[in-house]
Each structure stands twice: as C-alpha cells, then as structure tokens.
Design a protein around this ligand. Structure first.
Ligand code: NDP
Length: 449
C-alpha cells in the first residue's frame, strides 16, 4: 500500500546527502540501509506518517572536543576527540571508541548508524553510539598512550555513564587503552561503575568479551552454512586483519574444523596454505598485542608467502571473512572470490565490502552475512558485561559463550525470517529490516521527539 508519504530511495538519499555534505562513508552506510528499509516502510502503513527514516539518520547529538596531551619529549600534542550519540531509543548509547588517523566525523557517523540496527538485532536493551580520535597509537610508548587516554577521558567523562552511554573498544582501542580510560573515569567520576565495557577480568570485565566479535562471526557463518546444508568443517578460509576480530575469528574457525590460510595488516597479507594452527596463532597474538610488530614477520618465521600492499581476496578459498576495516573488499576482489569458488562471506569488520562488491557477490549466489549481523557478538557480550556489572557478579566463560552462541543463532534466524527470498536468504535485507522494526516501534511509542 502506498500513500502520499511514500518515499523513493533516491529522493530520500538526496536529502541525506544534502544534510550531511561530504560525509561519504555515512552516505554509503545509509544508502545500503535505505535500499531495503524505504520500500519496507512504503509497504507498512504503520511506519509511514512519522518520518522515521529521516529521524533515524540524524544522531541525537555529536560531541566534538580537543584532546591535549604531552609526548615523551614534553611537547604538547593536539588531537580531535568525538562521541556520536546516535540513538537511545532502546537503551543507553553503546558502541566502541576507535583511535586511528583515518577517524573523521563521517566514519564515526557511519559506525554509529550501523550500530543502531546491530544493537537492536542482539535483542538486548542497548542504544547506539560511537566515538574515538584521530590519535594513532602505533609507534607511541605506553606512557604516551596512557597520557592520551587520560586526556581523552577527562572530557568524555562528562558524557558517559552506566545508564547514559557505555563505550567499548574498536580499532586501536584494546585492553590497554580501555584500562587507562577506565582508571581515569573511575578517578574523575569518583565511583566504580560499568561505564565502559571490554574491561579486564580483574575489574568488572566479562569472560569472552575480547573473543566475542571474532567468535560470533564464526558462529554466524556456521549458522548461515547450516541453513544451506553446509558446514565449516574442512573449508579453506581467507581472513583479513590481524587484530582482535581477525585473530579470534581465526581461533574459532580452526576449532570448528576450518583451515585459515591468510591474515593481514595495513601493510600486506600472509598466505600459509598449511593453515594457521593454535601455535601459530599464539605467535601472532604475541607479535601484534605485545611486541606490536608486523604480520610480515610471520612469513619470515614460518616460511610462507607475504604479499606487500595487497589484501587476501585473490587467494583460493571457500569462505571469506573481512575483519580489518571499511571498504577493504572491492568489486575486483569480489570478482576474484566468485571466480575462485568462494561460497560465503561473513563480515567481521564494519562495512568492509563496498556496495558494488556486495551486490556482485549476492548476484553470483555467494551467501553474504553483513557486519551489522555477523559482528554483533562483540556488542552483545558488552551488553552482558553491563548486566553482570549491574548484578555485581561474573558468569563463567562457558556460560557467556553459551549465551553468545544463542544470540548469534537468534540474530541469524531474524535475518533469515525478514530476508527470505524464495529458497534463498538476503541477509542484508533481513538484518536491515529486523534491526529497524524494534527501534521504529520504540520511536512510535515515544511520540514526537
Ligand atoms: P584492531 O585494531 O584490533 O585490528 C585492526 C586490524 O585491521 C589490524 O590488523 C590493522 O592493521 C588492520 N587495518 C586497520 N586499518 C586498515 C587498513 N586501512 N587497511 C588494511 N588493514 C587495516 O581492531 P578490531 O579487530 O577491533 O576491529 C576490526 C574491525 O572490526 C573494525 O571494522 C571494527 O569496527 C570491527 N568491529 C570490532 C569490534 C570489536 O569488538 N573490537 C566489534 C564489532 C566490529 P594495522 O595494525 O597495520 O593497522
């Protein structure tokens, strides 16, 4: 049914682009969503008269601040700090902090927008936010990272809290950075509350939080394959990245019988046809998290190929897991994956596949799991960390992983329900619509705001 308030995707996107000039990553994320959601809104009269789509693309607020800190030589350094509080329709703002030189308002707005629907899909009462800085932790001493994190939190503390906004980690923000920031939060807020997730186990962290995004991505792939009468066991897997998501995804894929043959960083990728087993994974984990070295050192140690400046998508594989960063898998990569017989792609990173590449994969019949569903395991366990903090107790690793598996299965089933297309599933459409419904219903219930 169409009424006078029916929108076209193009008309809607014109408005988004006009209001958010030059923010190309944000345009890309909204366009991918609008492609599915605008037709759905047009077909569902209860959503038509409230301008929900436009309201959903406008963050509640954007906080921008200066971060001044001193380097080891005593020089004053300045970075930009951001927090995008996108929506608290279904719970406190929640989403990671990214420290990387490429951080801009457009990148954080795209991440915060995606987070709205991802958090909705988890079934937990969590809203959406995202933040960070153009600070680059690479090459900085621990002392410099500490001083930066403390300076960053000195402003952020005014905007977060366990019932307001609960940040976590993302690119460049791991356990070390969360610990420095939580220490400063605790000192300034003068209370010990779960205002950050991804904390260490000794001070309120949850078992499986650091593993959750990568494990969840492997579980999501397992569910998609099961739905298509396939399995991870015996499959050759290409994974990109060598950070938190990539390494834990590799760990779980290996446990489920897959053979991971690639990993990468921003300099290039390694190809190890024998597979990255537990011992090799422990070496990389130490290399990246403690020595803060480069993935090329793996190739020297284990005598395999290293491809400088390249991504791993030209390698023969059954399954692909982009787990590094946005737009790392383009149309040529998609064509190579299709040609090499790749059966399924599951996004560990946020928006790692360009829109053109995603459509090419889907048209070729490659099963495609979008990040907002496939990488939702991290924020889901962050949600459970908040629950444990509120209850002042700690669940066992087995208990948390059991819940993670259950949540990923549930997300898969919601996507399959809303993305059903004959005997195929369009997981992108399913995730967009299932994520939209819960937030839209909450906004309708609140009236004008
Ligand atoms: P990390 O910082 O732990 O790792 C990022 C990895 O990606 C590193 O290997 C890094 O290489 C590589 N990388 C970064 N930028 C580029 C680039 N421009 N080109 C190629 N490689 C690059 O981050 P995470 O593993 O936490 O995050 C990875 C992705 O997963 C991001 O998209 C993030 O938003 C998403 N995500 C993370 C969640 C989490 O719980 N951590 C939750 C949900 C999604 P190098 O060291 O050379 O920079």
């Amino acid at each position: 049914m169409r009424n006078v308030n029916s929108l076209t995707v193009d008309g809607f996107m014109e408005g988004v682009i006009q209001r958010n000039r030059g923010q190309k990553e944000f345009h890309q994320a909204v366009a991918e969503w609008a492609h599915d959601v605008i037709p759905y809104v047009n077909e569902n009269p209860q959503y038509q008269d409230h301008n929900l789509s436009e309201r959903m693309t406008e963050p509640d607020r954007v906080i921008l601040f200066r971060v001044t800190w001193q380097d080891d030589a005593g020089r004053f350094q300045v970075n930009k700090g951001y927090r995008v509080q996108h929506s608290n329709a279904i719970g406190p703002y929640k989403g990671g902090l990214r420290f990387h030189p490429s951080v801009s308002l457009s990148v954080l707005k795209f991440l915060a927008f995606e987070q709205v629907f991802k958090n909705s899909l988890t079934g937990l009462p969590i809203g959406s936010g995202k933040g960070g800085s153009d600070f680059n932790p690479k090459g900085k001493s621990d002392q410099e990272v500490m001083r930066f994190c403390q300076a960053f939190m000195t402003e952020l503390v005014h905007h977060i809290g366990p019932n307001t906004d609960v940040p976590a980690g993302d690119i460049g923000v791991g356990s070390r950075e969360i610990s420095y920031m939580f220490g400063q939060y605790k000192r300034l807020a003068h209370e010990f509350t779960g205002a950050l997730t991804g904390k260490s186990l000794e001070f309120g962290g949850s078992y499986i939080r650091s593993e959750a995004t990568g494990f969840g991505n492997a579980y999501f792939m397992q569910e998609m394959l099961k739905h298509h009468n396939e399995d991870i066991d015996g499959k050759v897997c290409a994974v990109s990245g060598a950070g938190n998501v990539a390494l834990h995804c590799t760990q779980k894929l290996t446990e489920l019988g897959g053979k991971v043959v690639t990993l990468s960083d921003s300099s290039g990728f390694i190809h190890d046809p024998k597979g990255i087993n537990e011992e090799k994974l422990a070496y990389i984990s130490e290399l990246k998290n403690v020595k803060r070295g480069r993935i090329s050192e793996y190739a020297e140690k284990y005598g395999c190929d290293y491809h400088e400046g390249k991504a791993p998508w030209r390698v023969d594989c059954d399954l692909a897991f982009p787990c590094a960063t946005q737009n790392e898998l383009d149309i040529d990569d998609a064509r190579a994956l299709i040609k090499n017989g790749c059966k399924a792609v599951s996004e560990g990173a946020n928006m790692p596949t360009t829109v053109e590449a995603m459509h090419a994969l889907q048209e070729a019949g490659v099963i495609f799991g979008p990040g907002k569903a496939a990488n939702a395991g991290g924020v889901a366990i962050s949600g459970l960390e908040m629950t444990q903090n509120s209850m002042r107790l700690s669940w066992s690793a087995e208990e948390v992983e059991r819940r993670l598996k259950h949540i990923m299965r549930d997300i898969h089933d919601k996507c399959a329900q809303h993305g059903k297309n004959g005997d195929q599933v369009n997981y992108v459409k399913g995730a967009n619509i299932a994520g939209f419904i819960k937030v839209a219903d909450a906004m309708l219930a609140y009236g004008v705001m």
